[in-house]
Ligand binder design. Structure first.
Ligand code: AMP
Length: 114
């Protein structure tokens, strides 16, 4: 399993704008934001893609969503709304192979996505 830029961010070898951290998770601002608020929530455990999840990873994914919800509330976008996105592999638009949840907010989004 190859290391990615996110391992370096977790290890603080690459700087990031950290929004939240605990023993198992890190959340930081996306370097190329697609919305006024664009935060990535990642587990510290290295899991390359959603395809690599096991039953034992249920709590990891659940924890990511709960952290996203709490951040949305702390940034006061919970009432207006926001979008949570997991990209998987090439067609999903994944570029960093360490699972991450995009929290996007501060504007409205169309559906279906382009
Ligand atoms: P994805 O395309 O779903 O794999 O998303 C990867 C995201 O990581 C992109 O939105 C990038 O802008 C973001 N990203 C890549 N490198 C960094 C970095 N050093 N700091 C913050 N975000 C990054």
């Amino acid at each position: 399993m190859e290391k990615t830029i996110f391992d370096k961010i977790i290890a603080k070898k690459v700087p990031s704008d950290i929004i939240y951290e605990d023993d198992n998770y890190l959340a930081f601002k996306d370097i190329n934001p697609q919305a006024p608020i664009h935060i990535l929530i990642i587990p510290k455990k290295r899991i390359p893609t959603i395809n690599d999840l096991n039953d034992s990873d249920r709590d990891i994914i659940g924890g990511m969503v709960l952290i996203a919800k709490d951040i949305a509330k702390s940034l006061s976008i919970n009432e207006d709304g926001y979008r949570l996105v997991f990209n998987c592999n090439n067609d999903g638009g994944q570029t960093v192979y360490h699972i991450h949840l995009h929290l996007l907010g501060g504007r409205s989004f169309s559906w279906p996505p382009g």
